[in-house]
Design a protein around this ligand. Structure first.
Ligand SMILES: [Zn+2]
Length: 120
């Protein structure tokens, strides 16, 4: 990956357009060269990202890449098991619901014990 900060660094391999928004590239921008998976294949996969898209997507894109990379790695370690990415809000809501259910069950058991009953 290269961060192109001025005209002296401009690569002739780019289309001059941002891969994400399609807008013209102005300095600074990112030019990322990905090696092909097949070593026999020549050339690079080039992604260019304009400064505005870097600002807009930097945190989300980085998090997405890390999470998907982790899922792929885990699926390699646990073949046949499918890992699903979950948004933080969904996880927090489910954890809160689970905690409420557990709290209710504990309260029920405590109340039953107070009355001298056992919980089934
Ligand atoms: Zn862009």
């Amino acid at each position: 990956m290269s961060v192109i900060t001025d005209k002296s660094e401009v690569s002739l391999q780019t289309t001059g357009r941002c891969t994400f928004c399609g807008g013209y590239l102005y300095h600074p921008f990112v030019e990322w060269h990905g090696s092909p998976e097949d070593p026999e294949e020549k050339g690079f996969r080039i992604i260019t990202i304009c400064g505005r898209c870097c600002e807009r997507y930097s945190k989300g894109l980085q998090a997405d890449l890390l999470q998907i990379g982790a899922i792929i790695e885990l699926e390699r370690l646990y073949p046949g098991f499918t890992f699903v990415r979950e948004y933080r809000g969904t996880h927090e809501r489910r954890a809160a619901q689970q905690q409420s259910a557990e709290d209710a069950l504990i309260a029920e058991v405590v109340a039953a014990r107070a009355k001298g009953k056992t919980h089934n």
